[in-house]
Write a protein that binds this ligand. Sequence first.
Ligand code: ADP
Ligand code: MG
Length: 248
Amino acid sequence: MDEPLAYVVASGKGGSGKSTLCAGLASALALSGKRVIALDADFGMRNLDIYTGMCENTLFDLSDYLLGRVPLREVVTPHHEIRNLSLVAAPARGIELDTETMGRICRELRSWCDFLLVDAPAGIGEGLRLAAAGVDKALIVATPDLAGVTDAQNAARVLAGYGVENASLLVNRVRPKLISRGIGLDLDAIIDTVGAPILGYVREDDGMLRHRQNLCEMMTQRRLSPGAKDIQNIAKRMSGERVALKLR
Ligand SMILES: Nc1ncnc2c1ncn2[C@@H]1O[C@H](COP(=O)(O)OP(=O)(O)O)[C@@H](O)[C@H]1O
Ligand SMILES: [Mg+2]
C-alpha cells in the first residue's frame, strides 16, 4: 500500500458502536497483514484499551507524550497477540490539545502504518473536531433507529464542515429478520438519510458480550461469529477488495 489511509470513526450518538467497530476493524485489518494504529481520541472517556483487550499493556497514553515524558513512538503500544496492530491510548482524564498538534501527531503516526483509525467521542463539538484533525476520511456509524440515523446525518454534515468530506456509512446492530418483517429502518432508508455511501453493516451479535467486549479476541476466533464476519468484510472493502454487500 502506498499512501497510508486515515479514518475517523464517528457517529454523533454515544453507544452506537464506534469504539467496538474501531477495535474490530483495526484487528481485522492487522490480521490481513496491514500495519494498523488505532488512536483513542475519546479523551477522558477512553474505551479502546478495553475493546482491544490491552488495559494491562498500555504503560503510556497520549498525555505522556504531550507532557514531554516520552517520545511519540513510546506511546504506540503493540498488541500482545495481533502482529501489526498498535494502540495509542487516550489519557484517562481530559487534556489540553489543539487541532494543529493533533494534526501533527496523526501525520507522524501515519508514517508508521498503512491504516490509522481514530476513535471519536460522542457529540459533534470540539472533541469531534480534534478527532478529525489528522484524517481525510470518515466512517460514520449509524444504528438502525431514527435517533441513530439522525445523529449520524449530523455527524457527517459537521465532519464535512471540518474538512472531512469523504465519508462512508457503517450500519451497526442490524437485525436482518426485523428488517425483512418491515420493523425498523431498512438500509436504503438509512443510506438516503445519512447521505453517505454504505461500506457495510454489522449484525447484532452476542459475541460482543461473550468475548467481554474484546474485539481482538473475537476477531481471532477460528469460527467467526456473524458480527465478526461482517467486520471482516468491511475491512476487506477498506483494503480495496470487492466483497458483495447483501443483507442475510
Ligand atoms: N453489533 C453489535 N452487537 C451487539 N452489541 C454491540 C454491537 N456493537 C456494539 N455493541 C455494544 O454496544 C455498546 C456500546 O458500544 P461502544 O462501541 O462503546 O459505542 P460508542 O463507542 O459509540 O459509544 C457496548 O456494550 C458494545 O458491546
Ligand atoms: Mg466509544
